[in-house]
Design a protein around this ligand. Sequence first.
Ligand code: WT7
Length: 651
Amino acid sequence: MPETEEKKLPFDEKITVEKWKFVSPEEYKSKHKETIKESFWLSIASELDWFKKPQKAYEGKFPFLKWFPDGKINASYLCLDVQIKKGKKDKIALLWIGEDKKERTLTYNDFFKLVNSLSFAFKNRLGLKKGDIATIYMPMIPELPATMLALSRIGVIFSFVFSGFGSQALKDRIDDSGSKIIITADGFLRRGKKIYLQKNVESATSNSNIEKTVVFRRLGEGWLKDKKDIFADDLIKDVPSDVFVEPEEMNSYDPLFILYTSGTTGKPKGIVRDTGGYMTILWATVKWVFDIKDEDIFWCTADIGWITGHSYIVFGPMMVGATQVMYEGTPDYPHPGIWWEIIEKYKVSIFYTSPTAIRLLMKYPEENVEKYNLDSLRILHSVGEPINPEAWRWFFNKIGKRKCVAGSTWWMTETGGIIISHTPGWELIPMKPGTNGMPIPGVSVSVRRQDGSYAEPGEKGFLVIDNPFPGMPLTIWKDDRRYEETYWKRFEGVFYTGDFAVQDQDGYIWVLGRADEVIKTAGHRLGTYEIESALTGYEGVAESAVVGIEDKEKGEIPIAFVILKEGVSPSDTLKEKLKEQVRKVVGPIAVPKDIVFISKLPKTRSGKIMRRLLKAVFTEAKIGDITTLEDEASIEEIEKAYRELKKELGK
Ligand code: WT7
């Protein structure tokens, strides 16, 4: 959140709307208190359709906990077979809209059939079996959720790499996960242009352990590199259309997927997600936060490649048999009213999007919204980054017409499901512009000082989760130590989120942004490491440091500081080439807005780059605001570096 807005957050504003029943913050807190016990989660879990119902909440050596350890479950079974058993065979699961306005409608039965054919082919034709790992690198097409459900049906752990990532980012994730198969598509449409995903796959896999590439056709322009590769439609061509693949009975703690996310230092971390705990928190939050009813039309605008899409497009909404909308395109293409047009046309009632998209769309003339009838909407939520009060007001007033619940759900890749929110499907507290609300039932959070003590209301501190919760990670893939150190040691025994937050006098949480060097751009999480490696991988670059700079629309955007090798001269052409390098290697979302050539990077004695100082000098902040920010450096060091930097940047 921009510093200026952060300083005057509307802690005292309480907004209610007519159609909904609200409780006071005190009532919420007292009801919530009752839910902080293990038996609470066990009773929620028992609402799911297990092969074997669990009798225990969790066990194991903290923080490596196994949730519902004696339970047997299958995620694909919950999303498909259970829906059919409940009579939802012909209910529409997905209304898909291509950027080219092509439409496809799939019922639960359509999904069931497609998933069974895919599972059959994955198992019998590709030899995939329980415990194997597969990489998914796919765009937003209906075959994507089908692929995830087909793999989980047979117990194959998938690792999804967002289709916006470039070839090196893809390769690093393939190598780390150790997967031998990649499932992809020939490409997709982005703002009228064809993006050929297979090109990235080829350069990522030419020197890897990948033995097989499966290619779905979206553009109809795919190709096969060699005999080992296969088109997905050929793979399932002669599978009998009524084939049934028995879902594997998984332990609750068996991994469902790995999802890489960026940390402060080093390579991305593969967050390993369990099955039973994850499905339980999704089940609960889909009801409490989204209040999904049988007649609702749900639309989450995220890409499935991020945790938001895994949880609230695929597994969450499908396990309650919801009808969903999925749009291939960007929010303002082919026109800036396209989202509102879709809401009107398909009568979307629950809408889940990002602050960046809201800030982008609120810049367009109002008639882009006014033209459409948005009366079907009843619940609005955003996610991914703090929503500034101004953007929240626009969302609530202009889109929700002051009659919807509008919230900002806080959570992260690591939590699997929503942790802090407004819960219209449980007890609903009044809204406040920009707040995250309160923790969901069964989870307790707090704001701490450096030393672990509790911050006072109104005092900025670090957000932690106080108790173990279903949906917590199993570990970091192949790195138990890093998992424990990163999340459970910063404040002994509680989960460290990496976020700054403040709790107001009513107990509402307001997450302010990252406390570390992770960059959140358009809600996406980027580590500095990958961008810096891309830059130093370019001929002529000696060293680099990347920082996130405040941006009105995207929250933050990366800026790169680059030291060139002796004899290489800075130029605008070189800047463009470096940007192109980042685009290719990491992906379009990581491209720095600016490249600043510099002769020396400010470092602490131990060699750590003072990124906050770079950021501050670049944005012309005062030295007084900086000296408290760098943990490891002395004031003298910082002041000296500050003077040198200012001189060099001519500020
Ligand atoms: C980080 C997690 C959760 C799915 C998408 C992002 C920030 C997320 C909010 C919100 C303020 C938010 C935090 C968090 N964040 N939602 N509603 N208000 N900040 O998942 O990529 O793992 O990023 O996103 O900084 O730590 P992610």
